[in-house]
Design a protein around this ligand. Structure first.
Ligand code: SF4
Ligand code: F3S
Length: 125
């Protein structure tokens, strides 16, 4: 038999961090997560989709709207962002305390499509 309905929904749903976070890393999101499933790269945070319980409390905390549910059809390249969150949350260190944003966050917060030019695969320094 398959798992029960809740297990199936859990498997299918998560929240993800996307392009806006790159080079900003404001970190308002991490303190509200009840399961501490944010992980920190050099210039981006990733949510672990296997740990996220889909509570949604982090989404309104991000001042630049970088967090969305993976069911949000308005997000461009959702499959790409899901893979990025999954891949890097597995290898970056956990973060659960707010910290200072990146030095250039004001300059980068309104820049669109930062991934190709600016995304770093490195863990936090
Ligand atoms: Fe954490 Fe809830 Fe956001 Fe998932 S949706 S990352 S569990 S705060
Ligand atoms: Fe990034 Fe927004 Fe969190 S900028 S670190 S997703 S508050």
């Amino acid at each position: 038999m398959c798992g029960n309905k809740n297990e199936i929904i859990k498997f299918l749903m998560t929240y993800i961090v996307k392009d806006e976070c790159i080079k900003c890393k404001l970190t308002d999101c991490v303190e509200v997560c009840p399961v501490d499933c944010f992980y920190e790269g050099e210039n981006f945070l990733a949510i672990n989709p296997d740990e996220c319980i889909d509570c949604g409390v982090c989404e309104p905390e991000c001042p630049i709207d970088a967090i969305k549910a993976d069911t949000d059809t308005s997000v461009k390249d959702m499959d790409k962002w899901l893979l990025i969150n999954k891949k890097f949350s597995a290898i970056w260190p956990n973060i659960s305390k707010k910290q200072e944003p990146m030095d250039e966050h004001e300059k980068f917060r309104n820049v669109k499509d930062k991934y190709d030019k600016h995304f770093s695969e490195k863990p936090k320094k």
